[in-house]
Design a protein. Sequence first.
Length: 288
Amino acid sequence: MFFCCCGDSRDPSSSSEILPPEEPTEQAPSPAGVVSPDDATTTATPPSHVDAAVPAPQAASTLPPSVQGAEQEQAPQRAPIKGGVFKPPPKPEDPPPVAPITLPKSDKARRTSVPVDADLGSGAYLVFDKDSNTLYTHWSMVPVEGALAWLRPLVQVPAHKFNVNKGKSVLTKDCANPEKYFQAWISFVKITREFPSKLMLLDNFAATEAPPVQFLILETPLENPGTTVCKRLTDYGKLYDLVKNVKAVAVVPPTSTLIPVDAQIDSKTFIQRGTGEGAATGLESLNA
């Protein structure tokens, strides 16, 4: 406390010099990475629970546009699923069933039971071997010398028929037994069940000393389809059709007369008498 000349009393703090107000000055920018105290006090850090609830905006990619496009192309693309349900690919269709071996209808219409001339060629040959007393089938692409009969197939025959064991298969090794000999003939004729064929008898019995036979067929005449008549094959070197109108065949001794030739006879009686004299078989399934 002091007293001025005016006699007024003043507080010591009021004796400081009164200065004019300071002009605002520009603040220098803070160095990189250094936060000024003012910024620290004015910038609020969001709570941790806010970061978990509200995702931060995705940072812009620093990769060049060309690299970004390559990454997008390499990313696997998933096909959209309609309705959200997986649909398996359709199953492949089953192949159509294999059609059975049949002859063209036009060919069936032209064929008759009348024997026709033909040159020997590819097919199955019936061969007798005197030395071994054997009767066998020989599938050959060319004529076989000394054969007793020939089947000319009307359908394609697999190659293995001609190649396995050189195309040969034994029917009987005891041709001295008439029953086995005639049955071997019938086994040869049954080839037509697998490969529809025409039959040709060959005049080589005397040259090969093979036991002679009488070959009979039971056919339905074209002029009278409701009946069956026994016919004897008498012509050598001609093709007889065993596919059209033939119901049964029989192989019997040349002297047999049990089956009347050129007479009507039913299939059951024909087979019974043919079996009693030699051998016989029906071809109903082939010519149904």
